[in-house]
Design a binder for this molecule. Sequence first.
Ligand SMILES: Cc1cc2nc3c(=O)[nH]c(=O)nc-3n(C[C@H](O)[C@H](O)[C@H](O)COP(=O)(O)OP(=O)(O)OC[C@H]3O[C@@H](n4cnc5c(N)ncnc54)[C@H](O)[C@@H]3O)c2cc1C
Ligand code: SF4
Length: 329
Amino acid sequence: MRPFTYERAVDAAGAVAAAARFDGGPARYLGGGTNLVDLMRLGVERPEHLIDVSRLALDCVEEVEGGGLRIGAAVRNSDLAAHPLVLSRYPVLAQALLQGASGQLRNLATVGGNLLQRTRCPYFQDVTKPCNKRRPGSGCPAVEGEHRNLAVIGHSPACVATHPSDMAVAMTALGATVSVQGPGGERTIGMPGLHRLPGDDPARDTVLEPAELITAVTLPPAAAGARSRYRKVRERASFAFALVSVAAVLRLDDEGRVGDCAIALGGLAHAPWRARRAEEALRGGPADEAAFARAAEAELAQARPLRDNAYKVGLARNVLERTLVELAR
Ligand SMILES: Cc1cc2nc3c(=O)[nH]c(=O)nc-3n(C[C@H](O)[C@H](O)[C@H](O)COP(=O)(O)OP(=O)(O)OC[C@H]3O[C@@H](n4cnc5c(N)ncnc54)[C@H](O)[C@@H]3O)c2cc1C
Ligand code: SF4
């Protein structure tokens, strides 16, 4: 690991000012460090300066007016998963968090760091190989090479990486907004919208500008009478990233039809994928297996699998259908 300097920020404004001194270059915010420090060891990340934001006063979960929930960026994943208001109002989020990483990692990982964790594409993590995300213009060996776990939707010839966060998939289905503080002031970004598709600029994972700090995530009020569920398919029962995951929220009306629904898919794209086509196909219609199958088909018709990952399309279709069947019971 290369030498670097370290400071512990006292408040958000101080953290942003410290990062801005480096003009978006060799400084990085440090949350729990569970992704960033690993990448520094591998030589993928080479910051000169770390600004520790894990102990800022951004560690609260609080109700906001109207019934939503504001979650500070420094809240640990374990604390968020166990929070009574998350368990009672947003069970899909608690389930997603508990299926991510291990207990020890969740005790360190923060909300801000989890949203901004980098892809697990094996070429990205191997500095001896080319990779457009790590070194723009060097090429994407994954397209022809090892892409079994990589994207089937929204990818480009420049990058077929997937976004790895489970938490972000649940937050996307819940319609979260992300609060950000930067040198130019504060702004909020809706989810989806924080994470980018790769296009011809895969080096940028998100729409964040240099030195922008995530300060909080706000969840809108939970829909009355809705049920929610997170299902993740992975290669082994623990410590594995999603091959495919589904976060679904479903509310039936008095006639048993789909009153409203929100669905996001993980493991399929460069960003948590809001399944708008499936949602549209479901709203106002019957809540039965045939309708769920049509909705899954409507969403996944846009998939463009690579040589070795077509299995993800059928897998996502099945997981989405089964999740909706379960919620409608
Ligand atoms: C063995 C293993 C298995 C794992 N399995 C899973 C899994 O199944 N599912 C899953 O979702 N995750 C998994 N993870 C990833 C883990 O969830 C992430 O490493 C963790 O959430 C990152 O959070 P952190 O606070 O440690 O981030 P850090 O490593 O501190 O930071 C990550 C990135 O975010 C930036 N950052 C941090 N905080 C902020 C902020 N407030 N504002 C702006 N930028 C910020 C950092 O500069 C860095 O670029 C696994 C990790 C390991 C090591
Ligand atoms: S898929 Fe993206 S991250 Fe992986 S090698 Fe290609 S450019 Fe790099």
